[in-house]
Design a binder for this molecule. Structure first.
Ligand code: SF4
Length: 196
């Protein structure tokens, strides 16, 4: 018969207790293992690319798994937290965990919609229509609300009638360019979704 030291017996006892505890909680080890295998198969031989979550300034790192299909198209299989990142160490908040939907959701808007004043329905319009409309509305609002001097007579040359909200999905360059444009138009109310 095999002899066990006191330490070995205690270790076996602890392991046995853990298994019993997990079973008692209804966690099926076999199911967990099967899920892991399925997960492995889904991303088997996939290409892994590193990216950054676009939603906020925390900047969590992502791993994106893609595979090229027989017809040459690239399919996004999965997005998850990057365990090598010192920022998020493989974790993602619920918003980041849904990042894949940005690429694959059928509910994602594919183009601009417009609801005319007083209308109940949104209708699909072209980008040309939207850009013209935006330019006209910005010009009209800026002309209407531009302030050249404050109450004390100081020259301020600012537009108080338009605000701009950026997004965390902006790159540094987009953020710089956008801020330049908005400041050039005299806008003072610039905000960023990542700060809320
Ligand atoms: S939204 Fe969540 S996952 Fe994305 S960068 Fe911010 S904290 Fe990280």
């Amino acid at each position: 018969m095999t002899d066990f030291t006191r330490r070995e017996v205690l270790k076996m006892g602890a392991a046995g207790t853990a298994v019993v505890g997990i079973s008692a909680l209804g966690f099926d080890v076999a199911v967990a293992e099967a899920t892991t295998v399925k997960q492995r198969l889904r991303i088997a031989n996939a290409k892994v690319s590193r990216s950054v979550c676009p939603y906020c300034a925390v900047g969590c790192s992502l791993l994106a798994y893609t595979r090229r299909n027989g017809n040459g198209s690239v399919e996004l299989l999965q997005i998850e937290g990057d365990p090598d990142s010192p920022v998020n160490e493989g974790t993602l908040c619920p918003k980041g965990a849904s990042a894949m939907e940005l690429a694959v959701s059928k509910r994602r808007m594919q183009g601009p919609l417009y609801r005319a004043p007083g209308a109940a329905e949104w209708k699909r319009v072209s980008w040309d229509f939207v850009l013209d409309k935006l330019a006209r509305n910005i010009k009209a609002a800026r002309d209407r609300t531009f302030v050249t001097r404050d109450d004390e007579g100081n020259v301020v040359n600012r537009c108080e009638g338009i605000a701009f909200a950026g997004g965390a999905a902006f790159s540094n360059e987009e953020g710089y360019l956008t801020t330049k444009l908005m400041r050039g138009l005299g806008f003072v109310y610039l905000e960023q979704q990542a700060r809320v």
